[in-house]
Design a protein around this ligand. Sequence first.
Ligand code: AMP
Length: 246
Amino acid sequence: MSQVVFGTRTLTNSANTKPASADSNFLPGPVLLLGAPGVGKGTQAKLLMAAHGIPQISTGDILRANIASGTPLGKTAKSLMEQGQLVSDDLVNQMVADRLAQPDTHRGYILDGFPRTLNQAEWLDQHLAATPQTLPVVAISIVVSYDHLLHRITGRRISPAGRIYNIYSNPPATSGLCDVDGSVLVQRPDDSEAVFTERMKTFDTQTAPVVEHYRKLGRFQEVNGDQPVDQVTAAINAALLHLRQA
Ligand code: AMP
């Protein structure tokens, strides 16, 4: 996997947030952010990263960085992603194994968009069991109604630096341009309504069982994502504290 590109956003920071020094009283450890496409996993992961000083590991971002760099992994992933289908478990598991081996993960990390199949979840459970951990993994599932998700996904526009807007709920001051650097905003190819429908089907058949898997294992909490971003963040932090004290 030497040719895999992780992308600067996954290793360092997003455009909107910077990793902050962690609160010495609270160590989140490994956190899984679960939920359908558009529930806000990426936004919340970046905020958690900033608050707790641990990296966000987004498998979608890593795959997009590989597509942009034209790696063999990117070439394999591109058409699957454009159709709203999943990249194979073996490729994604190996990608995550490589990323988790990097030293910035030792105090904890947020896995955003992984695991997405039961096979990936079982692989992760075994991988973590075989790796000395400071803390056990906890899972947070963000839940949002279907209609809200449709608007969030089809309205999403992203700047080249990774700033996220929404033409319905968070439009830029000038249509189509980033407020911060004036760059042209783009729509991800998989954010069209047709692909969204396909991604939701994929979620229902392949990823919903992962949510049930972690619900049964415990150290799991559901958070209502149908509320303002800062309230979702507060609910996630409360859930993390609760799960860490359990
Ligand atoms: P995301 O940015 O998390 O919404 O992911 C975008 C796309 O990348 C998904 O629709 C899949 O095609 C692919 N992808 C991301 N994470 C995974 C994963 N854990 N397993 C398989 N495919 C993935």
